[in-house]
Design a protein around this ligand. Structure first.
Ligand code: FAD
Ligand code: NAD
Length: 466
């Protein structure tokens, strides 16, 4: 039987990064993955394929809506070749997951294909064509998550679908009904909206992306409505029925009236659930909480002292970069180091266009905590860079402590917000004040000037360009 210092169960961004860091630190490491490709949800059916389709559909939208204004005439009709779009997405996924194979070899990590299941706290059985058993001094559970649904919905994977199927449709929906106005619903909704589908979003809460800053959620809602999304906040879905090629969704609106939506596809995007099926966690003495998450302490250690857990399968934001940080954290803990993660500074991004990005506290969180704060906001439309590319929607908002001027939160909607938020993360990691940012030179013309202007607005209400 092969013996390891560390076995990692699950090869998503949490698991494969943990394995690499363990190997870098000199531990003999194995990784176990039940699918034939490495990379988990993120690389196979999550972050990477969704961004590939967002990029392709963005190009199409630019071609049909904006090229003419830029002085680019394309003779003949511009058409979508969905088969090619999906094939390109798949080739991006294949290249990316292939890259993880390379990294495992480079770092001398043994890869086992098959479902990993605890025999006890130090032995794991891997079931594939044949059963293998390995011994591990320490194990990192990184088994991730799966889409969740509502009790009365039957996901048939044809017309009533999750994100996994939405990434490989063979036709463009005529009317896509999206249940859940969160990240997946809006990103994948926008892919098919751009390709010509009518998109209706049904959201239980009174606003889309309800966990983000209310101002950001309001701005995104405004922009998406301008893009002809049909938004239905405060709607409680009560039934989803498939009739041939039709899907009929019934919901109660705020007034308690029944509203019927009829479409040809329904995307169920109401969140994801932690995944521990087949893991046999009990055999190792690993406890789950009542939400099905693996319970961990501040060292990400489970109720079994030699077993740790990271990523979507534990508490906290279900984000690839959060899982990665936790993978590094556990590897360094096992090596006797004292790593640290500031969960307040894990950025969140929605890759619609305009993009949405945020880090730190929202205004509501600051109000609830009784913090005396000030706000500096700057509209993207006031930037020369935005006018040059015609990306006029959105704003940057900087929230800073009223007394100390320390930046407490940065929220933005706008072109390239996903990349711009890194500046705010760096600033906040170093506990910068709004004045610090406002005194730093920002290249002109760039979208990042909006961060400087918002910081100036927060410092002394002295933005320069509004
Ligand atoms: P996962 O990536 O879920 O990996 C877990 C792995 O463990 C899987 O491969 C699974 O097969 C394997 N596994 C499970 N049980 C066993 C077992 N018993 N034995 C062996 N293997 C097992 N996050 C972002 O930060 N940015 C984005 O842009 C983004 N976009 C997304 C888009 C979509 C459509 C979806 C669905 C998710 C997106 N996410 C995004 C979320 C992101 O994918 C997850 O947060 C991330 O993948 C979690 O990483 P993980 O390592 O915890 O688990
Ligand atoms: P989510 O939590 O982002 O959104 C789910 C939405 O569904 C929420 O707005 C919620 O209020 C709503 N909802 C819940 N129950 C409902 C009901 N009965 N009827 C109507 N609406 C209901 O979840 P998601 O969009 O499914 O994404 C799952 C996870 O994947 C998220 O945690 C997210 O962080 C991650 N993800 C991240 C990215 C990214 O970082 N860009 C992209 C995709 C997914």
């Amino acid at each position: 039987m092969n013996s390891y210092d560390v076995a990692v169960i699950g090869s998503g961004p949490g698991g494969y990064v943990a394995a690499i860091r363990c190997a870098q630190l000199g531990m003999k490491t194995a990784i176990i993955e039940k699918y034939s490709t490495l990379g988990g949800t993120c690389l196979n059916v999550g972050c990477i394929p969704s961004k590939a389709l967002l990029d392709s559909s963005h190009h199409y939208e630019d071609a049909i809506k904006h090229f003419e204004e830029h002085g680019i005439d394309i003779p003949g009709d511009i058409k979508v070749n969905l088969k090619q779009m999906i094939a390109r997405k798949q080739s991006v996924v294949d290249q990316t997951t292939g890259g993880i194979d390379f990294l495992m070899k480079k770092n001398k990590i043994d890869v086992y294909e098959g479902l990993g299941s605890f025999k006890d706290a130090t032995h794991i059985i891997i079931a594939e064509k044949e059963t293998t058993e390995i011994e591990a001094k320490n194990t990192i559970i990184a088994t991730g998550s799966k889409p969740s649904t509502l009790p009365f919905i039957e996901i048939d994977k044809e017309r009533v679908i999750t994100s996994t199927e939405a990434l490989k449709l063979t036709e463009i929906p005529k009317h896509l009904i999206v249940i859940g106005g969160g990240v997946i619903g809006l990103e994948l909704g926008q892919v098919y909206k751009r390709l010509g589908a009518e998109v209706s979003v049904i959201e239980y809460m009174d606003r889309i992306v309800p966990t983000m800053d209310a101002g950001v959620s309001k701005e995104l809602n405004k922009v998406l409505k301008k893009q002809k999304f049909k938004m239905n906040p405060s709607h409680k879905v009560k039934s989803v029925e498939r009739k041939g090629d039709e899907v009929i969704v019934k919901a109660d609106n705020k007034k308690g009236e029944e509203v019927t939506f009829t479409g040809d596809y329904c995307l169920v995007s109401v969140g994801r659930r932690p995944y521990t099926d087949g893991l046999n966690a009990e055999a190792a003495g690993v406890k789950l909480n009542d939400r099905g998450q693996v319970e961990v302490n501040e060292h990400l250690q489970t109720s079994a002292p030699n077993i740790y857990a990271i990523g979507d399968v534990i508490k906290g934001a279900m984000l690839a970069h959060k899982a990665e940080e936790e993978g590094v954290f556990v590897a360094e803990t096992l090596a006797g180091q004292k790593p640290h993660i500031d969960y307040n500074l894990i950025p969140g991004v929605v890759y619609t266009w305009p993009e949405v990005a945020a880090v730190g506290k929202t205004e509501d969180q600051l109000k609830d905590a009784g913090v005396d704060y000030k706000v500096g906001q700057f509209p993207m439309r006031a930037l020369g860079r935005s006018r040059a590319s015609m990306d006029l929607d959105g704003f940057v908002k900087v929230l800073a402590d009223k007394t100390t001027d320390e930046i407490l939160g940065v929220h933005m909607v706008g072109a390239r917000a996903a990349d711009m938020i890194a500046e705010a993360v760096v600033a906040m990691e170093y506990r910068a004040s709004a004045e610090d940012i406002s005194r730093m030179s920002h290249a002109h013309p760039t979208f990042t000037e909006a961060i400087k202007e918002a910081a100036l607005a927060a410092t002394d209400d002295r933005a320069l360009h509004i």
